[in-house]
Write a new protein. Sequence first.
Length: 193
Amino acid sequence: MWVRRAAIRSVPPYAKVTSTTLEHVEEALAGDEDDSEERLEEAFARFERTQPALSSRVAAALARPAGETALALGYFLSLAIWLAFDELFAARLSEVSEQDLEATAQSLEFDEELRQDAPDEAVETDDVVAMEQPDILSFVREHIDVALEGNAEGATVEEIDRIYRLVLLEVIALSYAVRPPDRYPASKVEWSA
């Protein structure tokens, strides 16, 4: 068993998002261009209804001045991630409160501080998140790479980094919001909410 030093709680096995779910969400979002825009608007309205604190945080972050590439990437990734959690966990996905977001943001910041204070630490905070939700982080990194390669002049590293940090917060906050399935053995719950 690998023991790691981190300020980020483990994500329980029942809260892991699969690559199959992410592929399905991506296909649904990418459909016919006319239908796609309408589907995106409907999905974002549902996101705002079911996750008001989280959607508000996403909207505020994306309201800051940014290039078109960073803005499109931010909306796509934040919506795709929420849709994957919503599709996979449906009724077991709790609402993320503002307090939950703050606690998660603080744990991410504290984890970064731990790593800065340990010069021999080879693992970054986003690597820890990738260990907890590997399929999601692979999906996110792939889309960030495509955005940077396809529009290297139109997106700044600072804008993309801001989107990446927002997405990391969303991934961890939603992971912690997944309740265990019925009859899940209490001894298997690795953390308490």
